[in-house]
Design a protein around this ligand. Structure first.
Ligand code: FUC
Length: 781
């Protein structure tokens, strides 16, 4: 290994003059097929063809109809129910027996008892809800429409519909402003006085009623009860129309505009939700206030400030995987043709769309992205469109740090703060333990008890896994004030396990009990077990980083020592008779009823964790590979995305790309590019985005691996603005499958080990001084 010294850096710095002009990252001129946008030649016929816009809190799906426009609306705090505590009062007493039965090998009996005594009341959590629709009817027939075009511009976060009828070209633009907190719509035409429309709001929520309030329209309602939990959320939407020219009339059925040159619609939506234990907000006052401050600002200003705020995040990363003529087709046609076409730019679009969706569904102050981000049109959404924290919520945030969107994790961090409160009660009452615990799901009310049924829900490691995202945020950003603020959450999650872990009488190792390997039934007629591999891997990570955090913060030395002592007593990952990684403490993998189970829980150690690594733990990496082969390549959307990440970690770019091709094809990607579980679930979009990043660069601690899984299908390309731990920025360009140039920049001085194939060099980064490495031998520039 070569060491690159300070003297060499100075030399590299001197050579920097030419770096920005290097062909790899020259700005691409905008041409058809190059724009970062989704586009179509027809209106959306169904919801999965409509285009999502959002500001983290407010979301809309834009259909782009020619006689009726529909904006399907969401607000991220409109969920069923109200504050509730689902801990089962019988759970604690029954748990001792459940544990005994599990250690005695009577797993099915343990599961039956747990189902009878331990599970949450109610057994389900609350569902995320749609607000309703903003509808715009325009006169004229769809039959006389020509030159139809509909698009979503990922850079300006603007959805646009354009068409011609009776010689007039109509344009409709939609943005959701993170600054003004309104949905803004502009209707315009190329002939004066041509805009006529009727505008109104509807809602599937109980008792929702529409009325005119002066010139505004107001829709007020409340949420529904569910599973005997009373609805406690009130909401209000307020809509104002500002026509230029023409006339505006409003009554309790809607607004009518005629003879206008242009109309701007502004829509504010608010609820009474103030927190998981407080629904005393005043939605009418909030919506009025939001609308008042946006009114009079004009669509152009709102849209340009929205674009500016969006681009401040979106423009941090730029990916180019090359373009072929396939990229000139409409997005739905590209998806349909993707399996047989050479269209590397489709992967680029998927990557850009993933970043777009994260920015639009998870902004500071909003709720975290749920199973559908913020976009849900059903009052009975799949899996309640809530937070499934045995993979799906974590996957939503897999791209955040590497694609330089750390702010987008703030809602997740805020949710973990809430869970540490509600989960402390669950820990105490259900387990008699300190700290806090969250099982496999949570909702707006931050419920933490086990739900659905023991075979899915009695998994105590959801909160622990979420806490890893607290650590990633620190590791990438190295802000010790931030670490101090989240350390108590990590310590609380650890404290629960210090109390709740059991000594396995067979092996003497510390194990979780009861637990399960997410949603997988083992050969003994149950999921419940002790010490599934995933739990051990997650706790090894959590105890390790929490002890490290305590050391960095110079606090809790004795506690950190307890964590280190417990960590080495956790049952290790093991290799089984098939050469596979054990999913459980026993070598059960060959006998499972569902060999292609979608979850890859025991491979957590390979990704997202790095406990298993080709260089550091080659035997375990080979076993993980075997397990991955046994599970197969094609699965549900998110599970396919996880597979692509895992193969990238095994540095098999061809395999990863093959899986990604399936993910981007019509079976797993809807025409609007939303991931298909099926049905729509946004995690696959985010997991796929991370997989693309992971194929190009992998980083852990102070180690950076360049182009670890570059497939032949992406022979030349570049990416700028990726992030690695230690506030490190990584820019890369490659040609004919070979590294052209890499540029590492950090404002923290320190060594980084850079790997490329079998080459590696240690470079010393100095604040703000880019370090350039050239070619397949990593020569300093
Ligand atoms: C887990 C998965 C399902 C689905 C659901 C939301 O239960 O096993 O596939 O993604 O979450």
């Amino acid at each position: 290994m070569r060491k690159i010294t300070r003297r060499l850096i100075l030399k590299a710095g001197a050579a920097l003059g030419g770096a920005l002009a290097a062909p790899g990252w020259a700005a691409q001129p905008r041409r058809v097929g190059r724009g970062k946008r989704l586009w179509y030649r027809q209106p959306a016929r169904e919801w999965v063809e409509a285009l999502p816009v959002g500001n983290g809190r407010l979301g809309a799906m834009v259909f782009g109809g020619t006689t009726r426009e529909r904006l399907q609306l969401n607000e991220d705090t409109l969920w069923n129910g109200g504050p509730y505590d689902p801990v089962n009062p019988n759970a604690r007493e029954a748990l001792a027996r459940v544990r005994e039965l599990i250690f005695a090998g009577r797993w099915a009996e343990a599961q039956a008892l747990a189902n009878e005594k331990v599970m949450a009341v109610p057994l389900k959590q609350m569902a995320y809800q749609p607000v309703g629709n903003l509808l715009i009817d325009m006169p004229g027939s769809a039959a006389f429409v020509s030159d139809y075009h509909r698009e979503l511009d990922l850079e300006s976060a603007l959805a646009q519909t354009r068409f011609t009828r009776d010689g007039v070209t109509f344009t409709r633009e939609v943005v959701v402003s993170p600054i003004d907190q309104v949905v803004a719509v502009r209707l315009s035409a190329d002939r004066p006085g041509a805009i006529a429309c009727k505008v109104w709001l509807d809602s599937p929520q109980p008792g929702a009623a529409l009325r005119a309030d002066g010139a505004d329209l107001v829709l007020a309602g409340r949420n529904a009860a569910q599973d005997a939990i009373e609805g406690a959320v009130r909401f209000e939407a307020r809509l104002a129309a500002t026509p230029s020219g023409g006339q505006l009339r409003s009554d309790d059925t809607g607004l009518a505009v005629s003879g206008a040159d242009e109309v701007t619609l502004l829509l504010a939506i608010a609820t009474s939700y103030r927190g998981f234990d407080d629904t005393s907000g005043d939605p009418a006052a909030l919506a009025r206030q939001q609308l008042e401050s946006a009114r009079g600002r004009g669509f152009a200003q709102i849209a340009s400030e929205t674009a500016q705020a969006h681009r401040a995040l979106f423009d941090r990363v730029s990916l180019d995987l090359g373009h072929t003529p396939a990229a000139q087709q409409p997005t739905d046609e590209r998806i349909k043709a993707s399996a047989g076409s050479d269209d590397p730019a489709l992967a680029t679009l998927y990557f850009d769309y993933g970043r777009y969706l994260l920015i639009c569904s998870s902004r500071p102050g909003s709720q975290p992205a749920n199973l559908q981000g913020i976009w849900n049109d059903s009052t009975k959404p799949p899996w309640e469109s809530k937070y499934t924290i045995n993979i799906n919520t974590e996957m939503n945030y897999w791209p955040a740090e590497p694609v330089a969107l750390p702010e987008c994790t703030e809602p997740l961090i805020a949710m973990i703060r809430d869970l540490a409160v509600t989960g402390a009660r669950t820990a105490r009452e259900m387990y008699g333990a300190r700290g806090w615990v969250a099982h496999h799901n949570t909702d707006l009310w931050r419920a933490t008890a086990p739900i659905d049924g023991a075979q899915w829900g009695l998994w105590p490691t959801g909160g622990a896994w979420l806490c890893m995202h607290l650590w990633y945020r620190y590791d990438y950003g190295r802000d010790s004030q931030y670490l101090k603020s989240v350390y108590p959450l990590m310590a609380g999650a650890c404290r629960f396990f210090l109390d709740a872990l059991q000594t396995d009488p067979r092996t003497g190792f510390l194990v979780t009990n009861p637990s399960l390997s997410p949603e997988n039934v083992h050969p003994h007629g149950a999921s419940l077990c002790a010490g599934p591999t995933m739990d051990m891997q997650i706790l090894r990570d959590l105890f390790g980083c929490t002890a490290q955090a305590a050391a960095l913060l110079r606090t809790d030395e004795a506690f950190a020592n307890d964590l280190r002592a417990a960590r080495v007593r956790l049952a290790p990952s093991k290799i089984g008779a098939q050469g596979q990684l054990h999913e459980w403490q026993f070598d059960w993998d060959a006998g499972v009823p569902e060999p292609h189970h979608r979850h890859l829980s025991h491979l957590y150690g390979l990704f997202p964790s790095d406990q298993i690594d080709l260089d550091d733990t080659p035997e375990l990496a080979a076993a993980a590979r075997k397990s991955l082969e046994l599970r197969g390549d094609e699965s549900t959307g998110w599970a396919t995305a996880w597979r692509a990440n895992l193969w990238a970690r095994l540095r098999d770019g061809e395999h990863s790309h093959r899986i990604l091709t399936f993910l981007l094809g019509p079976e797993r990607t809807y025409p609007n590019m939303f991931d298909a579980h099926p049905p729509f679930q946004i995690d696959g979009n985010f997991g796929g985005t991370r997989a693309i990043a992971e194929m190009l660069m992998q980083a852990r601690g102070e180690r950076v691996r360049l182009l670890p899984a570059l497939p032949r299908a992406w022979p030349s390309g570049s990416i700028t603005g990726l992030r690695a731990p230690g506030r490190t920025r990584v820019d890369l360009a490659w040609r004919s499958g070979e590294l052209l140039e890499a540029r590492l920049t950090s404002d923290l001085a320190g060594d980084r080990t850079v790997h490329l194939g079998s080459q590696s060099v240690v470079v010393r980064l100095e604040p703000g001084q880019p370090m350039r490495l050239r070619g397949s031998r990593l020569l300093q520039a």
